[in-house]
Design a protein around this ligand. Structure first.
Ligand SMILES: NC(=O)c1ccc[n+]([C@@H]2O[C@H](COP(=O)([O-])OP(=O)(O)OC[C@H]3O[C@@H](n4cnc5c(N)ncnc54)[C@H](O)[C@@H]3O)[C@@H](O)[C@H]2O)c1
Length: 468
């Protein structure tokens, strides 16, 4: 069995089994030989795109793709023929030629890759397929981007890094949370120096999403299976992605080590009993898995990131990002910010210090720091794509982030830019799954996070193209 077949087979079992059966190695020492540099996209006037997996997410992104210029959908692949036909119909209704359809089984996507009609493939299938489909795409000479949460194992991350460097094909993550107006504005404010050094981020993906884990007959969906037996963070990229970009991970800084805790959960048992009755297997034998996962990651430059994955307990939707920096703070839930020297409240004179001779406290009258809406900064600091395409983006999912993400992907390929998110980012965000699992299963011991850039993070510059 060759390495690819092995990874494919391992990944196609159960995601959790794939992870738990991995021998843990010294992550940092992996794959030492010198590597190539990744370059820009070759400019492509009209990007030919193949889509794999046109279920819930794939349908939604396909519809957004069809609103974009300078690209064309040339291939539609899914296990379910009716979904392929529906996708083909949408493409034709948008005025494009009929794309070729592929629905002859689990590996028919390879036929699409081999047909040579695509410059880029979007992988929007269940988690266990992300790795194998990305590997095969680059081997076929096609750029590829995978849905969140990226890939499942650290070995897969390394394989993708090596392949991307070897083939010169980009392998990216479609992390749509990086593309909301607010997240991009904050990135720009950091780059322009208003915040000072970003020092700590608290980010939580917190919504009740058990509906996504169960099928109507009480069996588990791919996402449901993907969390069984997990104590670590199985879905990190939604909040690790934007946070890593703000912190400059892989571009001047890098993840160093993490600790994780996730100990016990009741959600599957309670849900199964409530909706499927006492005879449901989970009603009697609930799986060992954490309902809430807490992970803290330290960066090599001494910054910290606190990640919460909390999608199974009852709660109204709340998505947290809190950035704390040398000169300010941003809170995403309230979309509010305080930036020293810009926001109301003057702290240019220190208040309330003790005079060591008199023992008195200095009482300098100065207004307290106050919050202001982040929107005060949109006019000057929002991303140019939001300025120009904000109206069009508004109707797409995730606050418009879906549209801007795809728009920027196609635009960067048209222009021959470097992608916003590359294979090193995909690796850094994906590997949290396996590394946090290792920590959580070992009384929260510290686990090294692999450096997929192999030291290049120190000299890689912030993405200029991300701001244009
Ligand atoms: N970024 C986001 O906000 C977001 C939101 C929802 C889902 N997702 C991600 O999107 C991906 C898909 O999720 P979904 O909700 O659309 O699932 P889904 O089950 O609705 O769709 C998956 C589709 O992939 C097809 N498929 C499965 N194996 C295949 C194979 N071997 N070849 C071709 N097609 C195959 C299925 O037939 C199905 O149509 C997941 O990775 C999920 O995490 C991301």
């Amino acid at each position: 069995m060759n390495r690819k077949d092995f990874i494919t087979k391992a990944a196609l079992g159960s995601a959790s089994i794939a992870v738990l059966n991995q021998p843990f190695r010294s992550f940092g020492a992996h794959h030492e030989q010198p590597r190539g540099e990744l370059g820009n996209f070759e400019p492509i006037e009209n990007v030919r795109i193949g889509v794999v997996g046109v279920g819930n997410r794939g349908s939604s992104l396909l519809k957004q793709l069809l609103r974009l210029e300078n690209c064309q959908v040339t291939g539609v692949c899914d296990l379910i023929e009716a979904r392929v036909e529906r996708g083909q119909r949408w493409v034709m209704e948008a005025g494009q030629d009929k794309p070729k359809g592929y629905s002859r089984g689990e590996y028919d996507y390879r036929r699409m890759y081999e047909d040579g009609n695509c410059d880029l493939v979007l992988v929007m299938t269940p988690w266990e397929w992300h790795g194998p489909m990305c590997v095969d795409s680059m081997k076929a000479g096609i750029h590829v981007t995978t849905e969140v949460p990226g890939v499942q194992t650290i070995d897969e991350c390394w394989e993708l890094v090596e392949l991307s460097e070897k083939t010169g094909k980009h392998c990216m993550c479609m992390e749509n949370y990086c593309y909301s107006r607010e997240i991009m504005t904050v990135y720009n404010l950091i780059q322009q120096g208003l915040f000072g050094d970003p020092l700590h981020i608290y980010a939580g993906y917190q919504k009740e999403a058990l509906y996504y884990n169960f099928n109507a007959d009480g069996t588990l969906s791919f996402a449901g299976k993907g969390v069984v037996d997990h104590w670590g963070n199985v879905y990190a990229s939604h909040f690790a992605g934007p946070a890593a970009q703000w912190l400059g991970v892989n571009r001047g800084d890098a993840f160093d080590y993490l600790v994780s805790m996730g100990v016990w959960g009741k959600s599957y048992q309670l849900y199964a009993k409530r909706f499927f009755g006492d005879e449901h297997p989970f009603a009697k034998n609930p799986p060992m898995m954490a309902d809430v996962s807490n992970t803290m990651i330290a960066t090599k430059k001494g910054k910290s990131l606190s990640l919460i994955h909390d999608t199974r307990l009852p709660r109204p939707y709340r998505h947290y990002f809190r950035l704390q920096a040398g000169n300010g703070i941003y809170e995403h839930t309230e979309r509010r910010v305080h930036i020293g020297g810009h926001s109301p409240g003057d702290w240019s004179v220190p208040r309330g210090l003790v005079d060591r001779k008199t023992g008195e406290r200095t009482r300098v009258r100065s207004p307290r720091r106050e919050w202001e809406p982040l929107s005060n900064y949109f006019e000057k600091y929002q991303h140019v794509d939001w300025k120009e395409k904000g109206e069009l983006a508004k109707t797409s999912g995730h606050g418009g982030g879906d549209y801007v993400m795809l728009y920027r992907l196609v635009k960067s390929m048209n222009r021959g830019d470097y992608p916003d998110i590359d294979v090193y980012d995909l690796g850094a965000w994906s590997c949290i799954l396996e590394a946090s699992e290792e920590s959580a299963r070992n009384r929260s011991k510290a686990v090294d996070v692999p450096d997929f850039t192999r030291g290049k993070w120190e000299h890689r510059q912030p993405l200029v193209t991300y701001l244009t």
